[in-house]
Each structure stands twice: as structure tokens, then as C-alpha cells.
Design a protein around this ligand. Structure first.
Ligand code: HEM
Length: 498
């Protein structure tokens, strides 16, 4: 009798505590509830909120669908988190230049599990110091020094492609991603991993770890640490991550030791000397930043991951757009012949002269932006034209939708590089084209990416005519795996030019 009374009392106390906690939780969040009502969005269900919109859907299509249905500012509860989906250039400018939205979306935590506090996923305080210190390592003089590597690796790619000329349609992605991987690795760490000639385990580990991080980002079950840790996938993730880290750390440690012993640094054979990103980072760290070995490794991995996959997909998409529009391809070819002729190697002074190719790349990035959805967290209120985004909420910037908005880009599915003639650009809002994001936390590697892509594409187009089974860019299915990809590969065929 006494025991059951104690149990009853305990139960009552427990339920009262729960009710008080629940009441306080909602009271504290009353402002968020109120602010969510400023803008329309999908109906909220208990526990999951509007997350039902994403269940069994391609996240990119679901995000674009929200914009089409509810307008350029959509409010959505995803579980307990208030999210705003945005795609108006003026709003994007306000957000990307606001100090209250420097932090990344909570969803980035799975990528952070691999990249740690590297620049992309760094907490705001660390990011500010590092970004300031790292920006000069991407200056033009340093980048010009890398061009010899871009040229040598893209020539290897051309030789590889020569072996499949006339053999029908193939997926270009594997070839290109191995080339960009070799380029990034060499300019970043001063070593060749020879991914174009070997099986490239580094690529395998990185792909495997990232694939799992992305599954976790979008899965209701695997985003839960407990359920994930019970799964077989967690074993594969840990193993890939461990190998990736060990491999990169060994290189970092060796170069750090060489620097500290003041030993001649490890450059590439007899090539003219240039400082790699890792060497610059080590110098910075010893002088001012005082990074630990782990922090250096995280930064190196961040640049390697951020730089190789994005550059590879954009290059592969460009080969598709050139294969679809043969007139544009011919103009690119003419420009290459005008600048280089038929057999001179590219030197860094040539790259700014590829102005038409640059427009082609910009138009490709409009249709296929590397980062189609960008996520931020909001620490204090940000005032937009039509509403106030409250501190404590999250933002998804639907760049892909903005890039295909017919009010900004008439006939959005038409591939037209002349949209990027300066007189056309000046008619648009400066934030209407954001493949590299914008504001203070934009892509630090944009110039580097353009230089790599110009070199690789110029070398391919000079040697081959490209065709693809696609007839129109609108036929290419898309999905966001953090980086924008097509699930159907990048099919092209090559024919040697006379
Ligand atoms: C076509 C190629 C590329 C595209 C489309 C691209 C796109 C982007 C985008 C959209 C962001 C913002 C991400 C976010 O806000 O979550 C970003 C950030 C970044 N990118 Fe790139 N990127 C490219 C190439 C590169 C290259 C070649 C490197 C380095 C070698 C690089 C390094 C970085 C880094 C370190 C950041 C984080 C910057 C910061 O938070 O301060 N990217 N990039």
C-alpha cells in the first residue's frame, strides 16, 4: 500500500515536472512561433513539423517545390527547428552580408564530423581569424605558380581520353575527378597521389565517408547518433575517416618536421619551385595562427574536399553543355586556337584571355551551381524586405531556384553564355549569381577553380569534339549531395579533331 502511494506520488511529481518543462520550453520559444507565422509554409505535424515535405523526396526538388508553392520566403518547422527557405537576390544579399548569419546550418554537423574545424565548418570565432590569415594564400602570384601543375595533369587526362576516342559514350566524371584530385593534391601538399594512374584509395575513402555523412544529413533514422552507431554503416564511416585522417596527417607531420628542422622543403622533383598550400599554412601557423597538427590536417582536408569535387562536377557539367550546344563549343575552340594555336602549352598569362570560355563556365554554373542549397544559422534578428528572420532560426538559401527564375534569367533553361557579357550582368542584382556563395563567407577558391577549369577544358576542347546524348540542359536530372550532381552520370563521346 505504502509502496504504491510512493509510486503514485513520484509519478505525479514526474508528470508535473514534465508539464512545467514542456510549458517553459514553449513559452521560451513563443517568439519563434510568432515569427514563423510571418510567411507561409507547409502545414506542421506533431513532432516532425513540415519535414514531411522532404520524406522520400530529392532534397533539391523538395526545396525548389517549397519556393514555387509558397514564394521566395517560406517558413518551415523541421522537427523543433524553425527554417526559412529563401531565393530572392536582395534577401540573399542581406543574409550573406549579415554578421548574424556567419554560422553554418545545424545539418553541417555531419560534414563537420569529417572536416572538423576546417574553414567550411569552423565555428564563427575560429573562422574569422583563419579566413583573414588564409586569404592571402590564394593571391594571383601564388595561383600563377600552380598553372604548370594544372597543365601537366590535364595533359595526362587528354592522353587517357585518347584511349577511348571513337569507343562510344562514356561517363566523363571518373576521368575528370581523378585529374582534379591530382591537381588539388599536388598544389596543396606538394605530392603526387597519381589518382589518374592508380586505383586512388584516397578518393575511395573520401567518397565513402562523404556518402555516409550525406545519408545522415537527410535521413530521419541515421541522423540519430544512437541508431547510426548501431548500424553497419557507422563501422564503414569510422574506417574510411580513420584512413583518410591517417594518410593526410602523415603528410602534414612530415612537412611540419621538415619545416621545423629547416630542411630543404619537399618540392616536386626538378619542377620550378612554388610553395604549396600546406607549406604556406605551416608558415602561417608557426608565425601567427599557432595551429595544432590536427587543426592543420583539418584545414588541408577541407581544401582538398572543397576543391576537388566541386571543380570536377563543374568541369563535367561544362563538357555536357558543350556537347549539347555545338555552336558554343565551336566558339570555345576558335578562342583556344586564337590564344594558343594548335600545339603550344598553356602558360598562366593565357588564362585571362579565355574570356568566352569564362562566360561558358559562368553560364554552366548558373544552371548547375556547385552548392545548390546553402545553410546558415541565425544568431540575432535579420531584417529583410518582407519579414524579420529571428535569431535562433535556420536558413536554406535555394541558389538553384534563383538561378532558374525566369524573372531574373528569361528562358532559364536556354544555355546562353552571353548572359554573362558585362552589359547583361550589370542589369542584374549582384547577388543573382551565387555558385560560390557570396558575402564574407564565400568560396575562397573561386579564382583557383576558374584557372583549373579553363586549363582542363581548353586542353580537352583543343584535342576533341564533344557530343552527348542529351539534347537540352533541362533533360539532365539533378540531386544535391551537398555538391550538385546528376544521378545519371555525365555521358559524352569524343572524336579527335583533325
Ligand atoms: C567550381 C568550383 C567550386 C565551387 C562551385 C565552390 C563553391 C563553394 C560554395 C558554394 C561555398 C560556400 C559553402 C557554404 O556556405 O556552405 C564554398 C566555400 C569554400 N570553398 Fe569553394 N567552390 C569551388 C572550388 C573551390 C576550390 C578549388 C577550393 C580550394 C582550393 C575551395 C575552397 C573552399 C573553402 C575553403 C570554402 C569555405 C570558405 C569559408 O567558409 O570561409 N572551393 N565554395
Amino acid at each position: 500500500m505504502g509502496g504504491s502511494l510512493i509510486f503514485q506520488n513520484c509519478l505525479i511529481i514526474f508528470l508535473c515536472t514534465l508539464a512545467v518543462w514542456y510549458g517553459k520550453h514553449h513559452w521560451d520559444r513563443r517568439r519563434l512561433y510568432m515569427m514563423a507565422k510571418q510567411k507561409p509554409g507547409p502545414i506542421s505535424l506533431p513532432f516532425i513539423g513540415g519535414a514531411w515535405c522532404f520524406i522520400n523526396k530529392n532534397i533539391l526538388d523538395a526545396s525548389v517545390g517549397l519556393q514555387e508553392r509558397y514564394g521566395s520566403i517560406t517558413s518551415v518547422w523541421i522537427g523543433q527547428e524553425l527554417n526559412f527557405f529563401l531565393s530572392d537576390p536582395e534577401d540573399l544579399e542581406m543574409v550573406l552580408t549579415s554578421p548574424h548569419a556567419y554560422g553554418k546550418h545545424v545539418n553541417y554537423k555531419f560534414v563537420k564530423g569529417i572536416l572538423g574545424d576546417g574553414l567550411i565548418t569552423a565555428p564563427v570565432d575560429k573562422w574569422k581569424t583563419r579566413r583573414r590569415a588564409l586569404a592571402p594564400t590564394f593571391n594571383q602570384k601564388i595561383l600563377d605558380g600552380f598553372v604548370q601543375t594544372f597543365v601537366r595533369q590535364s595533359e595526362t587526362l587528354v592522353k587517357k581520353l585518347e584511349t577511348i576516342v571513337g569507343k562510344g559514350t562514356f561517363d566523363s566524371f571518373d576521368y575528370i575527378s581523378r585529374c582534379t584530385l591530382d591537381i588539388i593534391f599536388e598544389t596543396e601538399m606538394g605530392l603526387s597521389i597519381n589518382a589518374q594512374h592508380t586505383e586512388g584509395q584516397m578518393l575511395e575513402w573520401a567518397n565513402s565517408a562523404f556518402k555516409i555523412a550525406i545519408i545522415r544529413m537527410f535521413s530521419k533514422w541515421y541522423s540519430n547518433d544512437f541508431l547510426f552507431n548501431m548500424s553497419l554503416m557507422s563501422e564503414v564511416f569510422r574506417e574510411s575517416k580513420r584512413r583518410l585522417e591517417e594518410f593526410t596527417q602523415a603528410i602534414v607531420d612530415r612537412q611540419l618536421e621538415a619545416y621545423r628542422k629547416n630542411v630543404a622543403q619537399e618540392y616536386l622533383g626538378d619542377e620550378p619551385k612554388f610553395k604549396t598550400f600546406l607549406q604556406l599554412l605551416i608558415e602561417l601557423s608557426e608565425d601567427t595562427l599557432h595551429l595544432t597538427k590536427t587543426e592543420i590536417r583539418e584545414e588541408v582536408m577541407t581544401f582538398f574536399i572543397a576543391g576537388s569535387e566541386t571543380t570536377a562536377t563543374t568541369t563535367a557539367f561544362t563538357l555536357l553543355t558543350l556537347g549539347i550546344d555545338l555552336t558554343v563549343q565551336e566558339k570555345v575552340y576558335q578562342e583556344i586556337m586564337d590564344v594558343l594555336g594548335s600545339d603550344r602549352n598553356i602558360v598562366y598569362q593565357d588564362l585571362p584571355k579565355f574570356v568566352y570560355l569564362e562566360r561558358v563556365l559562368k553560364e554552366t554554373l548558373r544552371l548547375f551551381p556547385g552548392g545548390p542549397l546553402l545553410g546558415r544559422s541565425v544568431t540575432s534578428d535579420i531584417k529583410l524586405k518582407g519579414c524579420t528572420i529571428p535569431g535562433g532560426s535556420f536558413l536554406t538559401l535555394v541558389v538553384h531556384h534563383m538561378h532558374r527564375n525566369p524573372e531574373i534569367y528569361p528562358e532559364p533553361l536556354k544555355f546562353d553564355p552571353d548572359r554573362f557579357l558585362s552589359e547583361q550582368v550589370s542589369k542584374r542584382h549582384p547577388y543573382a549569381w551565387l555558385p560560390f556563395s557570396g558575402g564574407h563567407r564565400n568560396c575562397i577558391g573561386m579564382k583557383y577553380a576558374f584557372m583549373v577549369m579553363k586549363t582542363v577544358i581548353a586542353n580537352i576542347v583543343r584535342e576533341f569534339k564533344i557530343t552527348t546524348p542529351y539534347r537540352d540542359v533541362g533533360e539532365i536530372a539533378l540531386e544535391s549531395q551537398v555538391v550538385l550532381k546528376t544521378p545519371d552520370g555525365y555521358p559524352i563521346s569524343l572524336q579527335k579533331r583533325d
